[in-house]
Design a protein around this ligand. Structure first.
Ligand SMILES: Nc1ncnc2c1ncn2[C@@H]1O[C@H](COP(=O)(O)OP(=O)(O)OP(=O)(O)O)[C@@H](O)[C@H]1O
Ligand SMILES: [Mg+2]
Length: 318
């Protein structure tokens, strides 16, 4: 069942765990959230003192927080409160999840995302983490947000639980094993840049979950984004909307032609168009055999939402 869930999350990316300070990770995710959730939702970040570090993939944790916040926003069309909380708890043999074999006994950092929204119908609650389960309109939701969050929690040796009351709201708890080690150094060195912009971006990515995530992220930062899934549709969108500032494209795309071909076609029309590629882990291996020109900007998947925004800003400013 777990393998199914993980495979269904089409990126199939291995996690790259690092020892992170949950406080810092949540703060950096929250810096982007207020815009994502809009003015009618109050964002509240509550982090207990002296929370242990965790060994998780920070990019995935950030993506999970963004997905859960998207759900919270959708559940509060008239506004409300989004609370992101981190606490440390001891789960001993008395704990329900430990007794059910869902969680090993031990110390956990619990990251909770709560909203004051519609709540979830009790008879669908057990299905919401299933891949592709969605109650949203076609084109609105892929049904992968919670399944990805669940997969992340399990791969991080933790667990995900949901508490919801109709008309009151929902809390999603992510249990992550507490870790005694110091934070990995590379995590500490992250540049502060102004990430906002208003440029026009053409986004071509065939993975729907990643496309929605990147699109949301860039839109909340103020960019105008048009997105689609392959080279032909990308070219059509370009002709339809024109004057894009940046092409952000996956390197490997369905339909025989790749991101490189798309960039060549569009730069023939507009030589000033900037290009940035995204590429998965296995694809990178292919690309390093001298096939990548100098000056090509490549963002390696999986990436943190903040890495995407930082790199987009840098490419546009270059
Ligand atoms: N905070 C919430 N409040 C109310 N319902 C929720 C909440 N989070 C999830 N749900 C319900 O669970 C379903 C599945 O959520 P999930 O995040 O997996 O997919 P989605 O939001 O529909 O689509 P996607 O996240 O891929 O855009 C949602 O369609 C919604 O019915
Ligand atoms: Mg969702």
């Amino acid at each position: 069942d777990l393998t199914h869930r993980l495979l269904a999350f089409s990126r199939q990316t291995p996690l790259a765990p690092k020892v992170v300070d949950i406080h810092d990770t949540l703060e950096s995710a929250c810096a982007l959230l207020q815009r994502l959730i809009g003015e009618d939702v109050d964002l509240c970040l509550v982090i207990g003192q002296n929370i242990s570090n965790c060994e998780v993939d920070p990019a995935e944790l950030e993506n999970v927080i963004i997905n859960l916040s998207n759900n919270a926003r959708d559940a509060m069309p008239k506004g409300g409160r989004l609370t992101i909380e981190a606490n440390e708890v001891m789960c001993d043999t008395q704990n329900k999840m430990v007794r059910a074999g869902e969680l090993a006994e031990g110390e956990y950092v619990v990251v909770s995302v709560s909203d004051s929204g519609t709540g979830i119908e009790p008879d669908v609650l057990h299905r919401v983490t299933d891949p592709f389960f969605t109650t949203k309109d076609v084109g609105k939701g892929t049904g992968l947000g919670l399944s990805m969050a669940y997969g992340f929690a399990k791969q991080s040796n933790g667990h995900l639980s949901i508490y919801s009351e109709l008309g009151e709201g929902t809390t999603v708890n992510i249990f992550l094993p507490a870790h005694a080690d110091e934070v990995d150094e590379e995590i500490l060195r992250r540049p502060e840049v102004d990430l906002e912009g208003s440029e026009k971006i053409l986004l071509v990515e065939d993975d729907p979950a990643l496309r929605v995530l990147a699109c949301n992220m860039l839109e909340v930062l103020g960019y105008q984004v048009e997105s689609t899934e392959d080279v032909e549709k990308g070219i059509a969108l370009y002709h339809q909307h024109g004057d894009f500032d940046l092409l952000l494209t996956d390197m490997i795309l369905p339909g025989g032609r790749n991101g490189r071909d798309l960039a060549n076609d569009l730069q023939a029309i507009n030589p000033r168009l900037k290009v940035m590629y995204m590429s998965g882990y296995t694809e990178n291996a292919l690309l390093h055999h001298g096939r990548l020109d100098e000056g090509v900007v490549l963002l390696q998947k999986p990436f943190r939402a903040t890495d995407l925004s930082t790199m987009v800003r840098q490419v546009l400013d270059s």
